[in-house]
Write a protein that binds this ligand. Sequence first.
Ligand code: HEM
Length: 572
Amino acid sequence: MISKRYEDILDLSQHIKILIIFILLALIVPLFRSQLKKNKSSQLPLPPSPPGNLLTGNLSEVLLAVGKRQQHLLFGKWAREYGEIVRVRSGPFVQYFINSDKAVKEIFDRNSAFTSKRPRWIVSNEQICNRLNVLLLDADDPRWKHQRKVTHNYLTSIPRADAGLPFLHFESAKFLYQMAHESDSEISGWKLYRRILRYTYSTFTSQTFGMDIPEDDDQVISDIHETGLAQILGTLPGSNLVDVLPILDKLPLIFKPWERRNRRRFERDMRFVKEKLDRIRALRAQGCTNDAFLPLIETDQKGSEFGGGIDEAAYLSLMLVMGAADTSAVSTWSFMQAMMMFPEVQTKARDEILKVVGDRIPVFEDIESIPYVRYLLKETWRWRPPVALGHPHTTTAELIYNGMRIPKGSQIHLNAWAVHHDPRRHYNPDQFIPERFEGDLTTAMQSINAKDVTKRDHFAFGAGRRICPGYHVAERSLAVAIMRILWAFEIRPSVNATLPLDPLTFEGEAMPGIADKRMPVSLKLVSEERRGHIDAAFESVNSTRTNLEPMVHRETGQGAFERLPFVNYDGH
Ligand code: HEM
């Protein structure tokens, strides 16, 4: 009896064993399968890479190109030689350049859940900005989502972009007025660029802080630009040892002079924006609120919704000026370069504008009646994308595209220059031909959302979840600049320009592909009569405008940035 029961138990344990084996198999086989799949995908090749070994990589070629500010040309050449995705190894750094519209759509748009992270930037993100700059924040940081939402609600949605138009119309009319009454026989190059900078910086400080920058030579322009540049330069591979060897970050602060320096900059910038906040509050106490980003957030008591309180919103305002002003100024500058180099386009464009507006100063809304202006916008951003090589993202999963794999953790770049200058996508890509967009009246937003990516006009604003939120604002800014400058002035090489023009002699500086302050361009009134129209338009907008507080009080210096001992304040 006992042995029978024992046998039964054995029997039972046999069954249990078999059952366990089945369960284990059920668990293991899929794991094994996925392992197989993983191994199979890992056997897929990495994207092609220009030749070089680990030590030299392409370092010398890349460094040479960076030195000449021509990295967009080098990476563009590699795009044509190696295809849609190119893996560039420069010394210890590996970057993936995404060079075709279809690859951009697949990688940045469709896989945005895995491609929206930023690389870790200890210096730029964690120290200079103390993790408060939307552009540098990681996608999984709740502050990133919140800052984007607030930026949309208070600054960059269509209604808010429209609310910014009075500032834009005032500042651009002032620019026209200054140029029409310029006492120098000719103003060109750096002086002219500086004036464009004033008007874009002042437009955006008006839209964000509700304060303006009345004078061309105001130091605050260079100061804001300089602190933005420090952040951007800090994102370039190899620019900071601690970003290459993050272990250094574990050292006590006393051994990290760079961190002390960067944190000092952050604290200085924070004091700058808090002073603006104090003045906004004082104005509100007197019953005065401007229709601008920070004053509205302050009035609506939205500050407490930021992790860092209203101070974070004030800091964000400064970051938004940085993101908006330089990109807008260089867009106008590139447009002027195109008009100078392609005079027949200029003549046609002016005719199209005059047909509609006549002697009246153009306003943004005129774009609806002048399709050619829409084409000029698209062609300017195609021809000279301000962020030619994209702002880097990082992958959070392995991605497979066209039989190639991009490993998890890779740094990827939307190579806007290569896509825009691919002759299979745009015929004669180096020529400025607005007619290539004939019939395409889509706004920036409509084109970004196009189902067929081959129909998308350009990628100047990036792609995916991190796409520039400022495109409605940017569109208004460049459209007004294009219409007003063409309406008022002839754009031509300055008297000291070396002809024929060679863009390689004036392209580069901080933004690859963009003409710098040496560009020999000047403006000449289209007619003496036009001066009268400009005067009338400026006087009208000036007399009806509510005066704004200046960012910095010139006489007292109130509101200025404090000097940092380690910075060269040459500015631009
Ligand atoms: C011609 C003008 C402009 C161009 C070409 C431009 C281009 C870009 C590009 C390429 C990016 C990076 C996108 C990415 O990572 O994939 C970006 C990000 C950004 N831009 Fe713009 N931008 C312009 C104007 C503006 C304006 C007017 C504003 C604000 C009013 C603005 C605010 C931002 C912000 C906040 C980000 C960070 C987005 C994020 O990381 O989530 N930009 N922009």
